[in-house]
Structure formats: structure tokens, C-alpha cells
Design a protein around this ligand. Structure first.
Ligand code: SAH
Length: 461
């Protein structure tokens, strides 16, 4: 059973006043009425603490039950005891003092509750407790309280405490009731939270994880959990150091594919080396995160690696990431589909367009009413512009090139297709960059975009 008791404590000068009598009560009342009361919500461990309850009726019995259930040592002072209170006394759960309250009863008390039906007695308890710096609660009289009790929903795994600072207890209660009715939804959320905490890479397993376009904030919760618990990380050059550093420092970090050396025969050899490394590391009993930029299933050879792992009988899981086109589109505020403007989006590998066997991409079959997102096309941008023109894309079709999308060095270049080659040349676009082409590209006015992005986001047309 939990020992924590939900409280709202009011810190106010009057608690420290060495004044007497009604002055204190008046100063408290003034604070409350001016609406300036601010409570500190806290959960108080009352196990073994001496709590004094003045009053023996129904209200007092509720306080006593709450205190006993959290392990407080309760003394009750009352002229008469209601049935449940008498029963607790009989069972020896409570210490009882029959008679009128006297200030001496406060000796040694850590917490005081007044719940008699005599307002003068309640006021006296409050005054004397405050004089001794003992936190006090008076039922239905927030102006006499140094702490108040929130409406509480107590579940096995969590406690919800709702307070309106004593101003609107009815509303607090109805909020609690609302939460009570939505218990299942709350449980689902709690379970999700718990699972998140438990996300950890398993030994002997390979996780093919998408790292997103670069900004570490764009990692998925799952990717982060796996990365943090990985024994080995096999990564690509496009994954920034900031993301890699999220893996434990003792984790083995291997990079096979380095910038500029990823094409042709060399690339094939590296891919084999990656396949072998992931299998070997998993068989050695390590948890392996195979970290790829963007999403591993979009121009990421994730499929090939999964195929190999399946063939070798190594357990694996694929964790999605935000692919460059999605990340760059968001960063440059380019809708990939836009009602009435673009009804499809096509991801294209720009460098595959001019393979040895001729055009792998059939440019003239690409939808003219959609958005094109061309990856890896930097060195081919002139040829791509020509192909699009030949395929019948209007010369005034807007384009945007997003270089280093979502990274500190992000740059967005915009224009129309007729000027693409010229602008690309003049501005010397560098990899990594995604080229967007289509009517939706300038659907969000980009003057606005320029104004609202920070200075790192240089733009030119
Ligand atoms: N699997 C990755 C793509 C890898 S291919 C993904 O889903 O995003 C590499 C290409 O991705 C680059 O040539 C470039 O076109 C694109 N790219 C990756 N990160 C990028 C970024 N931060 N900004 C712009 N383009 C990026």
C-alpha cells in the first residue's frame, strides 16, 4: 500500500506569524479572498507520521480512512465517535481521546485535520496548529487551512489528484469522475509509457532502424530506445554524429559505407561486408542496431539486408524512420499531396535514372498532377531537368531543392523547371539533397516560409 497522501499545501506568511487569535485567521482569509492563493501540489509520505483528527463524524471518518490506508498513526479527538470510527478504535487501529479538543493534543502531531460540526472548535484547531507550524486542514473551510485535499482517483498503479485550490471542489470532483470513467484509456496510456521505458534491444537480434533525415528529434521513440541499449551499431555515413552519440559509448560502432564511395562494385562489396557483420555480431550474442538514414526501406537496401538475415536464420525487426522526402517536405513546408493540386507522390532514385541499361525511371509515365521527390539526383540534376521537360512537364512547374534537410546546414532553393539546371549550377547544390517537382511545391507561399524560418535556413530563387 502506498504511503503517499495527496496534498495541496499553501505556503503563506501567516504560518510563520507569531501572532495570536483571530489576527491569523483574518490574514488567512484576506489571502484567500484576494484570489492570490497558490498551492504547492505534493504527495506526502505519512507512514508512521502522527496525524491528529479532531471530530468523530462522517467527514472525520473519511479523513481517518485515507490516513490509515497510507500508514499514518492516527489519534482522534471527539466527544462522540460514529460507527466506523468506533470500530477502528475497537480494533486498535486508532488512538482515541474522548472529550473536547485542547491545544495540548497537538503535541507531537505532524498533520492535523479538524472536522467537527462546531465552527469555533475548528477555528481554534486551525489557529493553534498554525501557531505551532503544524500543517492543518479544516473541512469545508479553505480559509482556515494551510493545506487542502484534492479530489483523488486512487488506482493500483497511479493516483490522480485534482484540485481547484479549494475554489471549486464540485468541479474537481466531477473532473475526477470523468477520469474515473476513462480509466481504461488511462490504463492504455500508462501501459504505453511503461512499454516505452522497457524498449531495449535484445541480444542476438538485429534491428534495422531508420534514423530519420538528420535531426535527432525526428527519431522514433522505438529507435531511440533500441539505440540506447545497443551493443553494436552498424551505420551509414549519412547518419549524423549527434544521433550516433545516443548509443552507449561502450557499444561497438561500425561504418562500412563512407561518403562518395557507395557506387558500383565497391558498394556491392561493402553491402556484403555489412551483411556478414550484422550476422556475425548477432551470432556473437550482441544486440545489433543497423542504423540507416531516413527509412531503411526507401532507397536504403533494408530489404536486401532483411532478406539476408532471414536466409541466415538471424532474428530481426524493421523499425521505420522518417524518409528524407517526408522530412525535407516538412522542413520546407511543401505539401506532398494537396487537395485539388497534387493527388500522388512518387519517390524516385535520381541516380538510377541513367543506369547502364538506360533509363530505369520512365519519366514520361510519371503523373503530371502529382509531386515528384527525387533522391540522390544532385549530380544528375541537369539531365533530370531535361528528361522532365521531354516527358511533358510544363517549364513553369515549380521545383524546390532541399539540401541537408532538417540539419543545421539546411538550404532550400526554389524556382521553376525551366531554371532548374541553371539554379542548381549557380548555387552549387551538394549532397544530400532531395528535389521536389510539382504544382504543390509552392502551395504554401514561400515568402512566408522564408520569414518564419531561422537564419540557418538560407533561401534563394
Ligand atoms: N534511406 C534514406 C535514403 C538514402 S539514399 C531515406 O529514406 O531517406 C541517400 C539520399 O537520401 C541522398 O542522396 C538524398 O537524396 C537523400 N537524403 C538523405 N538525407 C537527406 C537530408 N537530410 N536532406 C536531403 N536529402 C537527404
Amino acid at each position: 500500500m502506498t504511503g503517499f497522501f495527496p496534498l495541496d499545501i499553501l505556503f503563506r506568511e501567516s504560518i510563520h506569524y507569531h501572532a495570536y487569535g483571530d489576527n491569523i485567521v483574518r490574514s488567512i482569509a484576506k489571502g484567500t479572498m484576494s484570489g492570490s492563493v497558490e498551492y504547492l501540489p505534493l504527495f506526502h509520505d505519512v507512514r508512521g507520521a502522527n496525524a491528529l483528527v479532531v471530530g468523530g463524524g462522517t467527514v472525520a471518518s473519511r479523513k481517518i480512512r485515507a490516513l490509515l490506508s497510507r500508514g499514518a498513526v492516527v489519534t482522534v479527538v471527539a466527544k462522540e465517535f460514529s460507527r466506523p470510527v468506533a470500530e477502528w478504535i475497537r480494533r486498535g487501529d486508532l488512538r482515541a481521546i474522548q472529550g473536547r479538543f485542547s491545544p495540548g493534543h497537538l503535541d507531537g502531531a505532524a498533520l492535523v485535520f479538524a472536522a467537527t460540526d462546531d465552527r469555533r472548535v475548528n477555528a481554534e484547531v486551525s489557529r493553534e496548529a498554525i501557531r505551532r507550524n503544524i500543517p492543518v486542514n479544516v473541512a469545508d473551510a479553505p480559509e482556515l487551512c494551510s493545506f487542502i485535499l484534492p479530489a483523488v482517483l486512487q488506482e493500483e498503479e497511479f493516483t490522480l489528484a485534482v484540485s481547484t485550490g479549494g475554489k471549486n471542489p464540485g468541479a474537481a470532483r466531477s473532473l475526477r469522475e470523468f477520469l474515473e470513467q476513462n480509466r481504461e484509456e488511462i490504463s492504455v496510456r500508462l501501459e504505453r509509457g511503461r512499454r516505452r521505458k522497457r524498449i531495449a534491444a535484445r541480444k542476438g537480434k538485429v534491428y534495422i532502424v531508420g534514423a530519420g533525415p538528420g535531426d535527432p528529434d525526428l527519431l522514433t521513440v522505438r529507435a531511440l530506445g533500441l539505440l540506447r541499449s545497443a551493443d553494436a551499431v552498424v551505420y551509414d555515413y549519412l547518419v549524423p554524429e549527434e544521433i550516433l552519440s545516443l548509443a552507449p559509448s561502450k557499444a561497438l560502432k561500425l561504418c562500412y559505407a563512407r561518403k562518395g564511395k557507395t557506387s558500383g562494385h565497391g558498394a556491392a562489396l561493402k553491402q556484403i561486408a555489412i551483411h556478414e557483420a550484422t550476422v556475425r555480431l548477432a551470432r556473437e550474442g550482441r544486440s545489433v542496431v543497423r542504423l540507416k538514414s531516413g527509412d531503411s526501406l526507401v532507397f536504403g537496401r533494408g530489404g536486401e539486408e532483411a532478406e539476408h538475415l532471414a536466409r541466415e536464420g538471424v532474428e530481426f525487426e524493421i523499425v521505420p524512420g522518417i524518409t528524407a522526402a517526408i522530412g525535407c517536405a516538412a522542413a520546407a513546408r511543401i505539401p506532398l499531396t494537396h487537395r485539388g493540386v497534387s493527388s500522388s507522390v512518387t519517390f524516385i532514385a535520381g541516380h538510377e535514372a541513367f543506369g547502364k541499361e538506360g533509363g530505369a525511371v520512365e519519366w514520361d509515365r510519371l503523373p503530371k498532377d502529382g509531386t515528384l521527390a527525387v533522391y540522390m539526383g544532385v549530380s544528375r540534376v541537369e539531365a533530370i531537368a531535361r528528361e522532365l521537360g521531354n516527358a511533358g512537364f510544363a517549364p513553369n512547374t515549380p521545383f524546390a531543392v532541399v539540401e541537408n534537410g532538417t540539419r543545421p546546414a539546411q538550404r532550400v532553393l526554389r524556382g521553376i523547371l525551366a531554371n532548374l539546371a541553371h539554379i542548381a549550377n549557380e548555387q552549387a547544390i551538394r549532397s544530400p539533397a532531395v528535389l521536389f517537382v510539382g504544382r504543390s511545391v509552392d502551395a504554401v507561399p514561400y515568402e512566408t516560409v522564408q520569414e518564419m524560418t531561422d537564419e540557418l535556413f538560407a533561401q534563394s530563387v
